[in-house]
Design a protein around this ligand. Structure first.
Ligand code: ATP
Ligand code: MG
Length: 322
């Protein structure tokens, strides 16, 4: 099958890497062969997945710039069905190095040809930009998964991203689909979180995944241990959310792998109810969203006493749910 999914949003810190690592691990836990490609010079997916580079290791940089065979850059992960193509800070110059390369937007597409049939899923963790690296990823992908953080200004810039997707469809990759919009760092206690989720669902409708990734401290701890959440804390809410997301992705792609087949501790349940039709391949439209703004008052709280911050909502709070 080999479905290639780019995880993209030019906005920084919205949960692209977290989703790339943990969705890849959750798909692999269901025994689908999975490749996670880190194409961000920050190399956060590389370190966050516990991938250590040797002196002679090849990375996505050599693949894109030095025509290295991508198979030589594949490193096995801690999980049996999951492999990684690591990144390196060298990639920071790639936008410039690619400028004079013929078919510069299709370098990644060519690199993937050899391996796309070897994996059931290939996930690409894009950098926070709409430059040549992201264009290469979108050109090489079957679909794009867009994480949107449930926070201030979350929707800003999405119009630009949709416009880029539309341009890629027109000139480079007509079959590029929107896999789905994923709400991340959701906190049901916050009015703002709920407002953002509502606005995103109003605009993107069935393209938004039913599953939302809740804000969860274990998710943010896991990368410093070089582990996906499923290996760091199999019973956390973060593990459940990403497993549920994987399951919804399977359903949307017509894969009927049952919850029982998930290769994980029995204490973690998988929500089999998440279901929806596959999103259509609509052209991008200009966004007209009522984006919740930062409150104007200097202390950052709304005039009416409604709380948009965890601290204000619950001053005695000592920790986040796990
Ligand atoms: N559900 C979550 N709960 C708690 N923290 C989270 C969650 N998702 C992401 N984070 C944290 O938010 C920060 C940004 O996440 P991440 O690195 O995945 O974003 P990104 O979009 O890849 O960023 P960049 O644009 O820099 O590549 C990280 O510190 C991560 O641990
Ligand atoms: Mg990232």
């Amino acid at each position: 099958m080999g479905r290639v999914i780019a995880i993209a949003n030019q906005k920084g810190g919205v949960g692209k890497t977290t989703t790339a690592i943990n969705l890849a691990a959750s798909i692999a836990a269901a025994e689908y062969t999975t490749l996670l490609i880190d194409i961000d010079p920050q190399a956060n997916a590389t370190s966050g997945s516990g991938t250590s580079l040797e002196e002679e290791s090849k990375t996505i940089y050599e693949v894109l710039i030095e025509h290295e065979d991508i198979e030589h850059a594949i490193i096995p992960s801690l999980m049996p069905y999951l492999d990684i193509v690591p990144s390196h800070i060298n990639l920071v110059g790639t936008e410039i190095e690619l400028i004079d390369v013929p078919n510069r937007e299709k370098v990644m597409l060519a690199a993937l040809q050899k391996i796309r049939k070897k994996y059931d899923f290939i996930l690409i963790d894009c950098p926070p930009s709409l430059g040549l690296i992201t264009l290469n990823s979108l050109t090489a992908s079957d679909s794009v998964l867009i994480p949107v953080q449930c926070e201030y200004y979350a929707l800003e810039g999405l119009g630009q991203l949709l416009n880029t997707i539309s341009i890629v469809r027109k000139h480079l990759n007509p079959l590029l689909d929107i896999e789905g919009v994923l709400l991340t760092m959701y906190d049901s206690r916050l009015r703002l979180s709920n407002q953002v989720a509502e606005e995103v669902r109003k605009y993107f409708k069935e393209k938004v995944f039913d599953v939302m990734i809740r804000r969860n401290v274990k998710i943010s701890e896991a990368p410093s241990h070089g582990k996906p959440i499923i290996l760091y804390d199999a019973q956390s809410l973060g593990t459940k959310d990403y497993m549920d997301l994987a399951h919804e992705l399977f359903r949307r792609n017509g894969l009927e792998k049952s919850a029982e087949k998930f290769n994980m501790p029995p204490t973690v349940s998988v929500n089999a109810s998440a279901a929806s039709a596959k999103p259509s391949n609509d052209a991008a439209e200009p966004l007209d969203l009522k984006v919740p703004r930062k409150p104007a008052s200097p202390n950052g709280h709304s005039k009416h006493g409604d709380s948009d911050s965890i601290e204000a909502a619950n001053p005695n709070r000592t920790g986040e749910p796990t």
